[in-house]
Design a protein around this ligand. Structure first.
Ligand code: NDP
Length: 435
């Protein structure tokens, strides 16, 4: 704790995991004998570098670039790259730490890592984004590789940025390999990868509902964010007969009580992905909806909530508001969006709660499938990838459910996901010796 006292998000993530692991540690003396926890909370390597770039007016800017290579016990480091002004080492260490357990849960051979920069893409021109991505990769390229570390997208990094980074990697390394995932479909990308985190989150939630003999039909759903994860969460919910009623971004949220249908969702996708506009513009097109500035969408009456924007975006009070309004399921599309206080409220009130490291693992799982296709030099169909994603989300659900049951806390997916993810990595670390 002393060593990381200046890293609150990292400490928050570690604390949650360590609490969940108490019953495992007390039953397995080898965890202590081999100092597994002490080794697991320390990244294997952290790379910090300068990213200089020139804006359209010729002015030079300098940002910080990071890659946290957290744990490679079960496979090459794997995890996204985030571009956002809030990026710092605490946030990337929390994300990298979570990624280790998440990747283990996917059942694929993937280690954990995370990276990014405090570069803020809002308001930057196409040329500025490209030059930044090229400068970022000019340093990162020497630390990554298809069998070493395979980054992907995250907040502020979508298909466009992955494309620019891939182009620069290929130019510098003189290799065409699957070194990044989330690539364009014409140069090694996988079908369903853009959809995978949102779809996977809804599949996970569907598994939680099925476990209780329930389904999505007729359920109203609050979604936060309006980026990649939020959009495809909405799409899959619509397909399953549920009704999304909110979206948000960093300026506020929109509420459309009549429901966000396919046509309205297509408008949001064009607004955010092509025009790169703000979610408030939704109400100009659909005036019956409301926009609330500076607030998050947790005060509206819904059956289910899908936090899909960023960390710590559901407070204890907001969780209470959701419960009071009848919310019975929360599935995290984002990483650590619920504060510890919010999680406590959900668990006390028997709300079905799917933590991010299980519920949003569909994105990295499908990245793993992209790596496999790249290595085999072939492309699977949409149906094939979606079928595998569905199967993986069911395994993640069932493994987390069973682990929680085995350790005496049935229905606690936080505990179940942490334990199931941990055991595989711990076993690998023990067998690989003190490294
Ligand atoms: P995008 O950049 O596509 O979208 C992010 C959305 O969240 C935007 O609407 C953005 O609004 C909003 N947002 C970001 N930061 C904040 C903030 N500080 N306060 C309020 N709103 C904010 O990112 P993704 O959809 O890819 O990622 C969303 C979440 O899902 C993240 O937590 C990410 O780690 C997680 N995730 C993503 C995966 C993926 O495959 N992409 C995989 C697993 C998890 P604005 O435009 O105003 O910034």
């Amino acid at each position: 704790k002393g060593r990381s006292s200046h890293e609150p998000e990292f400490l928050q993530a570690v604390q949650e995991v360590l609490e969940s692991l108490e019953p495992v540690v007390s039953q397995m003396p080898e965890i202590q004998d081999y100092s597994i926890l002490e080794r697991m909370v320390e990244p294997e390597r952290v790379i910090l570098f300068r990213v200089p770039w020139v804006d359209d007016a010729g002015k030079i800017h300098v940002n910080r670039g990071f890659r946290v290579q957290f744990n490679s016990a079960i496979g090459p480091y794997k995890g996204g790259i985030r571009f956002h002004s809030s990026v710092n080492l605490s946030i990337l260490k929390f994300l990298g730490f979570e990624q280790v357990f998440k990747n283990s849960l996917t059942t694929l051979p993937l280690g954990g890592g995370k990276g990014g920069s405090d570069f803020h893409p809002h308001g930057k021109s196409e040329g500025e984004i490209m030059r930044f991505c090229q400068s970022f990769m000019t340093e990162l390229f020497r630390h990554i590789g298809p069998d070493t570390d395979v980054p992907a997208g995250d907040i502020g990094v979508g298909g466009r940025e992955v494309g620019y980074m891939f182009g620069q990697y290929k130019r510098m390394a003189n290799h065409f390999t699957g070194v990044l995932t989330g690539k364009g479909i014409d140069f090694g990308g996988s079908l369903i990868r853009p959809e995978a985190t949102g779809y996977g989150c809804v599949y996970f939630a569907e598994n939680m509902l099925t476990q209780q003999g329930k389904g999505f039909k007729g359920k109203s759903c609050a979604i936060s964010g309006s980026g990649n994860v939020a959009q495809y969460t909405a799409q899959k919910l619509l397909e399953l007969g549920a009704t999304p009623v909110t979206f948000s971004d960093s300026s506020g949220f929109i509420y459309d009580p009549s429901g966000i249908d396919e046509e309205k969702l297509a408008f949001v996708m064009d607004l955010k992905n092509v025009k790169r506009g703000r979610i408030s513009e939704y109400v100009n097109k659909y005036p019956k909806a409301t926009f609330t500035e500076g607030k998050r969408p947790w005060g509206v009456p819904v059956d289910c909530a899908f936090p899909s924007a960023t960390q710590n975006e559901v407070s204890g009070e907001e969780a209470q508001e959701l419960v009071k309004n009848g919310c019975m399921l929360v599935a995290e599309g984002a990483n650590m969006p619920c504060t510890p206080e919010a999680i406590e409220v959900f668990q006390k009130n028997k709300v079905l709660y799917g933590p991010g490291k299980a519920a949003n693992a569909g994105g990295v799982a499908t990245s793993g499938l992209e790596m496999t296709q790249n290595s085999m030099r072939l492309s699977w169909s949409r149906e094939e990838v979606d079928g595998k994603l569905k199967g993986i989300m069911k395994s993640i659900h069932d493994n987390a459910f069973e682990a929680a049951k085995e350790f005496g806390d049935e229905g606690n997916y936080v505990k179940g996901a942490n334990i199931a993810g941990f055991l595989k990595v711990a076993r690998a670390m023990i067998l690989q010796g003190v490294v």
